[in-house]
Design a protein around this ligand. Sequence first.
Ligand code: 6R9
Length: 657
Amino acid sequence: MTQSPGQGQALDNLLTESRTFPPSDEFAAQANAQPALYEEAKADREAFWAKQAERLHWDTKWTQVLDWSDAPFAKWFVGGKLNVAYNCVDRHVESGHGDQVAIHWEGEPGDSRAITYGELQREVSKAANALTSLGIGAEDRVAIYMPMIPEAIFAMLACARVGAMHSVVFGGFSAEALRTRIEDSACRLVITTDGQYRRGTPAPLKPAVDEAVAGAPSVEKVIVVKRTDTEVAWMDKDVWWHELVDSQSDQHTPEAFDAEHPLFILYTSGTTGKPKGILHTSGGYLTQASYTQHHVFDLKPDTDVYWCTADIGWVTGHSYIVYGPLSNRVTQVVYEGTPNTPHEGRHWEIVQKYGVSIYYTAPTLIRTFMKWGAEIPAKFDLSSLRVLGSVGEPINPEAWIWYRENVGGGKAPIVDTWWQTETGAIMISPLPGVVSTKPGSAQRPLPGIGAKVVNDEGVEVPHGGGGYLVLDEPWPSMLRGIWGDEERYRETYWSRFAEQGFYFAGDGAKYDDDGDIWLLGRVDDVMNVSGHRISTTEVESALVSHPTVAEAAVVGASDATTGQGIVAFVILRGGAGSDAGGADAIKRLRDHVAKEIGPIAKPRQIMVVPELPKTRSGKIMRRLLRDVAENRAVGDVTTLADSSVMDLISAGLQSGK
Ligand code: 6R9
């Protein structure tokens, strides 16, 4: 449960960062957030959240702000009723903004589409009617496995509108990953596309769905959007989106659901191989998504053009492409493709084309932009940008400064936003216009949020001290559980500091001398690759499922671009054959992992070793493997069952075996 020494050193360098950037008077004067927000929340937390909930339209007002009597199961805005999709779409049309563009969609091949709120209302209504025609209603589960096209957003909102729960599965996941997620929550419907554009070429998507659905009997229908017009096999359960949805009425009356009505499940990696279905509900989730969107991004619906580069397959896409922005009547850019298609300036070209003013991305991409060179953004007019965001992993100060200088024109405030799939919305971030920003630090909990850094005993550490990040107050958008596994919910998040009643986030953290929080990465066996959470166990299971592999241990090694890279150590089976450790065989193993989990889980490197370092209780000591993977002297080996194992591994690797 500790950081590897190498990570520690890098972080110490990081923590010597002392530059701060106060907001300009001009920005502060117009900012949505004001310093008084902190005082207001502190004075009466529940009253503060009740006021934030007033940002939404409620069909029935709540009678109680928070019911925490059944902790750790929270109920927020008890007795309140609302429709989430109505709040994201219809009410903006009703307030006279039907002609405002909601989505400037930019396809990878260069096609584009502007969708107004009026059109969004009609599209979502048609899709909702289609769901109803298939018998999909309240609390049914719908899997959405799609690229970043407008229909993906219509589908999510249509589910919300009829009270069905969506389970969005990232389009880069494999058929097997899709199947296990469909199965875990017994989805009745899958919505997908024929194919998706990836790096300039159409790639098939539907075959993975066909394979997954063949092994998932709960699925009754598959709706297929035609995106790439590629030839697809047609199954009994399949129906085209353009045939089913386009023929529906574009009128639909939304029904109000309870504040605690389930909104979605989103699977995320945990410390065991089985992904966790994180459950979110309606009123509290939308309140916090909406509040944070407004204050953290300083969003002005009449003038801003916002762009979050995430995929809807991740929580950032849920909260900061769909629910947060749309509930605030945003005009936003949604881009389908990769950042270097057809050229490395694609993002900046899009910023220039639409006059993007708020841009939210991940450190891994910023580091990639750095690698491509500052001359690329310099070719475009980025003067419209006024707020920049970062999410997914710690951002190193070097990347932060590069981002500010080369993208933000040396003046746009950067909000480094810490949160998780489980927290539903941003928890720790500077408020632009209020807080002087500091490269590398997410700084302080937002007004209304309680977060602390504590030691092993759950006692808050002093300024300058390090430990674990905990959340010490329930928050509106908190997960309401893990789908179908109450015990795992208690165990994963609430058992580590049960006595104090703290939520254990799984992240190491530190206070600097000003009391600002620095996130130090995961303290469990979850890797963070390009901002995506992947468990070591999941990759190990995939490797071991290959006939040539006897045993596997996987670690996340620091990687200059992706944050962490996956490094695998494998022991081959006795009868695996003499070429099983050769370059071709290693490539086959990497491809095998991609097939089992998805390309994002492909190990950067696979090393064949004769033994793995284990403790006496049989636990693999990943710390030592990380030393090897990061080319460091191997640390303390005294707790190994057999201390000569590391010599064996090193000797084998040096001789190239
Ligand atoms: C939103 C999202 C959550 C994990 C989290 C932490 C890391 C996210 C961060 C950050 C440092 C930030 N993380 N944002 N670490 N600074 N600004 O990424 O959700 O995919 O569930 O990942 O990501 O380790 O625990 P999710």
